[in-house]
Design a protein around this ligand. Structure first.
Ligand SMILES: C[S@@+](CC[C@H](N)C(=O)[O-])C[C@H]1O[C@@H](n2cnc3c(N)ncnc32)[C@H](O)[C@@H]1O
Length: 460
């Protein structure tokens, strides 16, 4: 590599590149002439370094280089050549020696510097506390805009990072505070990553967690289609897909994903309005769910049917604004307070009214009809049978509840409104709570169905 540079400042990134690409020997030649452009000639037989790696390297080399340049100012002033030349030599590249014709030569054997370490054949860098370049990198990965545009996500903690690596996600930079923490990761999956050992106090600074993690990593933004979720490890997924309709709160979305993974769902689909699944709070609340089942974000309502089998039935979780009281002693389904007692009810952007004659408490069909716009959907208590061959369940967002598109999709696929009855005066449950109740009820029903089929098969 050869280049011409205008100032000494520009040398530092070059040395950082050399450092990141693990050159063993660095030759520096200096011919200084003041107020003149400086040229640099560099040779590097490993062109793998990239901007991220460069940014990731500590400023140690830069400091060392500057110190060496300023050690002998008189000599520097007296130098007669018009250029500065730098030769960067890898051990196996004798050709680069040609660049070392100089009045002054500094040879640094990088492997002898105390800022390198090695674990099972992996070389890592040691950072100085408060290293700005590392902090900057972490901040970049934390910004939503850069997460999306540069395709990076940040994962904190050995458990989450291990889950990500096992699923096939690609780590780019790993910062760890102890060699033990690094060893606990699947090292074979880290061969392409830049590894930096940091001081414990630095991880506290980078992490928003109360208890700081001993390892933090920047990953290429994972895509569900490129991850693996082996059946041997996680068990066979149920034919059950959760659809999040504008769930905007990161804590709620994380909890919903965690429940979907725990209930053994096949997948989770998210509409465009949902919060970014790689937001740190979502990751934290989801406890590794991102790497246990496919999560497909940013879908429009017209994309959603393509992500489901054609036979799928989509139900909607709907508080319907109803208020029933199951807990009152002696209260039967027939004499509970009826939704109509509360007049117009909420639950959608558009108000709707329950049909009065076959309301939710009617025993013979255990369902009611909630009218919305011109069409209607049956409403079922969540504990009645509602699972199908492949079941989809839509959970509404915190502010607006279910969208009209969700209701239309349920109608088209023969779905229902599923209601978790609540005591008088309570409008709705938190979306993550409602999702959990319905997911585990769905799981129970699906397992019963599967067991029933198995018994039938063994009997015949
Ligand atoms: C906090 S609620 C939405 C409240 C919203 N302000 C409204 O009026 O619809 C979020 C979502 O959780 C689900 N949910 C909440 N309570 C429920 C219940 N009792 N039965 C069924 N689903 C419920 C629904 O999908 C709802 O859209």
């Amino acid at each position: 590599m050869a280049m011409r540079i205008a100032s000494m400042r520009c040398l530092s990134p070059i040395f950082q590149s050399v450092y990141t690409s693990r050159c063993n020997v660095i030759y520096i030649k200096r011919y200084v002439r003041r107020r003149r452009p400086v040229s640099v000639l560099a040779s590097n037989n490993d062109p793998t370094e990239n901007a991220e790696q460069v940014a990731n390297v500590s400023q140690f080399n830069e400091r060392l280089l500057n110190e060496n340049f300023h050690r002998s100012p008189e000599k520097a002033r007296g130098a007669s050549e018009s250029d500065t030349s730098v030769g960067l030599k890898h051990d196996n590249n004798p050709e680069s020696v040609q660049f070392s014709r100089s009045s002054r030569e500094i040879v640094m054997n990088a492997t002898t510097l105390p800022r390198y370490g090695e674990v099972d054949g992996l070389v890592y860098d040691k950072s100085r506390p408060g290293d700005k370049s590392l902090t900057r990198l972490v901040n970049i990965a934390r910004s939503k805009k850069l997460r999306e545009h540069q395709g990076k996500v940040i994962l904190e903690g050995g458990h989450l990072i291990r889950c990500a690596l096992d699923a096939g996600a690609v780590a780019q930079n790993v910062f760890f505070s102890s060699v033990k923490a690094l060893r606990e990761l699947p090292l074979d999956n880290l061969r392409g990553a830049s590894l930096v050992k940091v001081k414990m106090e630095d991880t506290k600074f980078w992490s928003d967690l109360d208890t700081s993690q001993d390892v933090i990593a920047i990953f290429k933004r994972p895509v569900a289609a490129h991850l693996t979720f082996p059946e041997e490890k996680f068990g066979r997924a149920l034919p059950f897909t959760l659809i999040c309709d504008n769930v905007r709160d990161p804590g709620n979305l994380g909890a919903v994903l965690r429940s979907a993974a725990a209930a053994g769902c096949h997948s989770v689909l998210l509409t465009k309005g949902c919060v970014d699944i790689w937001e740190p709070k979502v990751l934290r609340a989801a406890m590794g769910a991102h790497f246990r089942l496919p999560i497909i974000p940013s879908l429009t309502w017209s994309d959603i049917p393509d992500q489901l089998p054609t036979t799928a039935t989509i139900h909607v979780a709907d508080n319907c604004g109803t208020t029933t009281n199951e807990d009152e002693p002696g209260v039967t389904a027939q004499n509970k307070r009826k939704p109509r007692d509360y007049g117009w009810i909420r639950g959608h952007k558009n108000p709707m009214k329950l049909h009065s004659d076959d309301d939710v408490d009617s025993e013979d069909n255990e369902g009611s009809r909630c009218a919305h716009t011109s069409k209607s959907l049956d409403t079922l208590y969540y504990h009645t049978d509602w699972v199908a061959r492949h079941t989809g369940l839509v959970i509404g967002g915190e502010t607006h509840g279910l969208s009209q598109e969700a209701l239309r999709l349920a109608e088209r696929t023969g779905g229902r409104r599923l209601l978790i009855p609540m005591v008088c005066g309570v409008d709705s449950l938190n979306s993550a709570m409602a999702a959990s109740i319905l997911l585990f009820e769905g799981r129970r029903q699906l397992q019963l169905q599967i067991r029933g089929k198995l018994t039938e098969m063994t009997a015949s």
